[in-house]
Design a binder for this molecule. Structure first.
Ligand code: PMP
Ligand code: GLN
Length: 387
């Protein structure tokens, strides 16, 4: 039999699937894959049920239902003062994942250079390479995750088509500062390239680290693709409703990819998300505060077990250094060991790097119920003799 596509065949099964499967097999508490174990805001779910029952069930426009596209524009105005024409500058996708895929496939020409910042979310590189792009990597290193500005500037060239920026950033929980984003914006303008900005965790920037959408910076309005995910805004990750905002000339080629990949996404869920985006400020502030307190809960538990905690400014994730526990194997082995022997699943941070020299860090998700976090900490304390 002939082989499948060689680029995609070169990648293994995604780490999230691998660790969740292992967690299930061993009845482990799953702090690996980032999904909440609650059921999201009741009124948003009820809205979805109503729309499902009341006939919002046929193909909508490939750009998404007008109510959701209007809600995306109103949300951008409310939170960031960003003026958007919903009819020419928004598009609904099947999750942030499809938004990323359509943006990359829609913009990249074979041979184009694409700047990726490690540690990088797992869907970026396969799609860049499948699109014929040539990845140029810039690395952030634990525990500080500082942006190496000189290396970043050196990675840009005349052949750079785009840079992919993720803020707040998975897995390292870094929220890029305005100053860092201005530096990136300056390079994009100098080299006349696009920026695809994965902002799925926009409402999960904690403490005094505000989320700044790259598209709002001077000179970026016409060259930035802003990506959102309703899954993260409403703690309903299985809904897979993504949203793209970009200037018309940038959105047009992206829509060409979208129309042949998924064409559209369930209209009933889109309508419920439109309702949800209209919720008052208290909802969004409540989400942020709630996740921040879960972060603190998990961080103090993991610290009591003996992990070193790397500061977390946003997202669903805490990165830990497990060397203080006396484990000297790789992070992949540690996470497997933790799942099968201690009954708690985590994700190895090396899965987000293209080389395996970052070997001592494990990522834990805190987007879980208090009792789930308590049970995980109980198991870890028992296992590591801290009970
Ligand atoms: N980008 C990042 C950084 C993510 O962590 C995720 C995972 N949730 C996604 C994109 C994908 O979002 P969605 O579930 O909406 O496809
Ligand atoms: N974004 C989630 C994480 O980082 C996983 C999403 C997925 O499994 N594709 O854990």
């Amino acid at each position: 039999m002939k082989a499948g596509n060689s680029v995609l065949s070169g990648f293994g099964t995604t780490i999230f699937e691998v660790m969740s499967r292992l967690a299930q097999e061993h009845d482990a508490v799953n702090l690996g894959q980032g999904f909440p174990d609650g059921n999201g805001p009741e009124d948003v779910v009820e809205a979805g049920v109503d729309y499902l029952r009341n006939g919002v069930n046929q193909y909508p426009s490939m750009f998404g239902i007008p109510d959701l596209r209007r809600a995306v524009a109103e949300h951008a105005q409310r939170f960031y003062g960003l003026e958007i024409d919903w009819q020419t500058e928004t598009m609904v996708t099947s999750g942030g994942t499809e938004a990323l895929g359509s943006a990359l496939l829609g913009l990249i020409e074979p041979g184009d250079e694409v700047i990726l910042i490690e540690p990088l979310y797992d869907s970026y590189l396969p799609i860049v390479e499948r699109g014929g792009g040539i990845a140029k990597f810039v690395r952030l290193e634990p525990p500080g995750w500082e942006l190496p500005r000189d290396q970043l500037a050196a990675a840009f060239s005349d052949r750079t088509k785009l840079i992919l920026v993720n803020t707040p950033m998975n897995p390292c929980a870094k929220v890029f500062s305005r100053d860092e984003l201005e530096f990136i914006a300056g390079l994009c303008i100098k080299h006349d390239c696009f920026a695809v900005c994965d902002e799925v965790y926009e409402h999960l920037a904690f403490d005094d680290a505000p989320h700044v959408p790259l598209i709002t910076l001077p000179g970026m309005r016409e060259r930035t693709v802003r990506i959102q995910s309703a899954g993260k805004i409403f703690s309903l990750t299985g809904w897979k409703i993504g949203m793209i905002t970009a200037a018309p000339a940038v959105l047009t080629p992206i829509a060409k990819a979208h129309q042949y990949l998924t064409f559209t996404t369930p209209p009933n869920l889109q309508a419920a998300v439109a309702y949800g985006l209209g919720k008052d400020d208290a909802y969004f502030e409540g989400l942020r505060r709630d996740m921040q307190s879960r972060r603190d809960h998990l961080a103090s538990g993991l610290a009591a077990v003996g992990f070193e905690i790397i500061p977390c400014q946003g997202t669903y994730f805490i990165t830990t250094d497990f060397r203080p526990l006396g484990y000297n194997g790789s992070d992949a082995k540690f996470c497997k060991y933790l799942t099968t022997e201690a009954g708690v699943a985590a994700v190895p941070v090396s899965a987000f790097y293209t080389s395996d020299d970052v070997r001592h860090f494990a990522r834990f998700s805190f987007c879980k119920k208090a009792e789930t976090i308590d049970e995980a900490i109980r198991r870890l304390k028992r296992h590591f003799g801290r009970a």
